[in-house]
Design a binder for this molecule. Sequence first.
Ligand SMILES: NC(=O)c1ccc[n+]([C@@H]2O[C@H](COP(=O)([O-])OP(=O)(O)OC[C@H]3O[C@@H](n4cnc5c(N)ncnc54)[C@H](OP(=O)(O)O)[C@@H]3O)[C@@H](O)[C@H]2O)c1
Length: 323
Amino acid sequence: MMKAVVISEYGGPEVLQVEERDIPELNENEVLIKVKAAGINRPDIFQRQGKYPAPNDVPQDIPGLEVSGIVEEIGVKVTGLAIGQRVMALVPGAGYAEYAKVHFGAVIPLPDHVSFEIGATLPETIYTVWHNLFQRGNLQKGETVLIHGGAGGIGSTAIQLSKLFDAKVVTTVSCKEKFDFVKSLGADVVINYKEEDFEEVLASNKIDVVLDYIGGVYFSKNIHVLKEDGRLIYINAMQGAKVELNLFKVMQKRLTISGSTLRNRSVEFKQSLTEDIVKKVLPLLNEGKLKSPIFRKFSIYEASQAHSLMESGDFLGKLVLVF
Ligand SMILES: NC(=O)c1ccc[n+]([C@@H]2O[C@H](COP(=O)([O-])OP(=O)(O)OC[C@H]3O[C@@H](n4cnc5c(N)ncnc54)[C@H](OP(=O)(O)O)[C@@H]3O)[C@@H](O)[C@H]2O)c1
């Protein structure tokens, strides 16, 4: 048996409880990880609220999309990984548990100098940012990217990776503390969205790529600030998914509008994304150039406090559960 943080019923942070569960059974392509730490992400909140169901083959009541730990067991068809190895992994769910299983194609060796806590906070944001900003958004050296909500988990990774690949970063935040934080990560232009309208600050036609998860009223503003041949990429729509679009704007500026959700993608897709990340992003972690700013660590018995803090928005970077 193992301990897991479970969603006892859909609701507020208080519904998270520690319970005993069976250790997951492996199939031939999977790896069992003895979890040392699990990253906390905004989608975990939506799952707890009943708004973001896990895929069918994953327990619905255990949140958690990224873990780090030690390989405990491997399926007969697993290649490239060994029992006892330190790893981090993108899991389709059930990461808030002492053991987590995952297809070997979504596992990345954890460099020796990177702690389990840091490792647990990397996969969900790196996979999401790499695929959406660089593969889908095709962000290029010298281009300007607008990253909304720069001080959160996705935002802090997106800022760093954009700078490491020589793009200029514009980002939005809600307060002075977050302003200073994103500056420390390398953001070039920071807009406090509570004080200024980003559309007015940027005027028209300044931005090559926008990464947005706000949606709602931001949609038409994003369209306005994009340059010709600009790309608008969605990874959520927290303030509304139904928007109005002037198709002539898309035609006149030859815009591309795209987006994706990571969790429901096939294991083949995740494996190929892993290979690209190992080649292009892992070296940056190895060289100490990519950091994961952890704001606070929580024990599994403090999962409710961790979710409350995330919902309050009163944090910078990442939150992590430690086993
Ligand atoms: N599609 C995918 O595959 C995928 C994968 C992972 C995450 N996501 C999505 O990405 C989003 C971010 O996740 P996360 O884990 O990074 O969450 P997080 O750490 O909680 O960060 C959210 C950030 O958004 C900021 N924010 C809220 N309202 C804003 C607004 N109107 N304008 C600008 N910034 C605003 C928050 O700060 P302030 O409120 O202080 O501004 C906070 O910094 C979530 O919606 C999540 O569902 C999508």
